[in-house]
Design a protein around this ligand. Sequence first.
Ligand code: NDP
Length: 338
Amino acid sequence: NRSVILKRHVTGFPTEDDMEVVTAAARVAVPPGSAAVMVKNLYLSCDPYMRSRMTRHLEPSYVPDYVPGEVIPTFGVCKVVESGHPDYKAGDMVWGMTACEEYTLITNPESLFKINHPELPLSYYAGVLGMPGLTAYAGFFDVAKPNKGDYVFVSAASGAVGQLVGQLAKITGCYVVGSAGSDEKVNLLKTKFGFDDAFNYKKEHDLNATLKRCFPEGIDIYFDNVGGAMLDAALLNMRLHGRVAMCGLISQYNLEQPEGVRNLACVVTKRVRMEGFLVTDYFGTYRKFEEETGGHLKEGNITYVEDVAEGIEKVATALVGLFHGHNIGKQLVAVAQD
Ligand code: NDP
């Protein structure tokens, strides 16, 4: 059973050398009498929040820190190979919290979700039909509360979360602009995901002016995946009673000292509602999201781009690449065939 372990806690940008592939002599079986399940991991998810878990926090974080020397937990799509739990049997396809290894003993199988639409690509359950998809859906509909005709801005727009937010906004009848870090990604936003406009933030020297150009009337909803300078520029461009859905701040995750937000006064003067949210609070609503989004995928109303690395030895490269914008679409690692 090959596993990816964290070698040490990380400061600054993570590197491939912070992780290592190790081989255990044999995989453990489900202990007699236990309600655990053994899964074979098919797809492992690489997600930005994993960077936070690589830090050794002095104050307790919202998720436990990874432990050096231990296998790295992550979301994944898996096949049950052995079960001590009455709700699962060998052969069931599931997604949920597993770990970066070939086989994982899951001691709390209640946290897993059975896959209801095996006719869709299985990998979707680590992306558009998994945690990032639910993040986009919950953050857009429940936190940002869109209205038809709203002006919507999405950052990291071609990524796992952003590409779905933009498409949900279009389905809702909004005007949508996305930012991304390369011309190739900008092209995807405009040609594949149906964004009304998009720009490469790395080529813009004055983000405030860029957003004024893209949103002459101002922004009703900013779905923030990056924080930092983009958030500051967006605040200057919010309309009265606009909403900022604070999904993530990837521009800050590797900084020793997070940047300050200078334009917070706009929240007061424009009566903006800025609200953070965590997808974990929405897992109870998963089935409704799965049915609705699965329907859109089958009808072709939503499309999804994935960046699939092959083999467990690619986990470290794929994960580190997120913080340099190497992924085009949802970053996954394919570990095994069904
Ligand atoms: P992505 O698939 O979008 O991958 C990360 C992308 O972030 C990169 O491809 C890169 O795209 C961009 N990026 C990296 N570094 C920077 C930087 N310094 N400044 C600006 N952009 C940068 O990731 P996800 O869609 O999975 O996640 C998007 C955001 O949502 C993250 O902040 C994540 O933490 C957050 N999140 C929050 C959840 C919640 O419950 N609140 C749940 C899931 C995700 P580019 O080339 O465009 O720069």
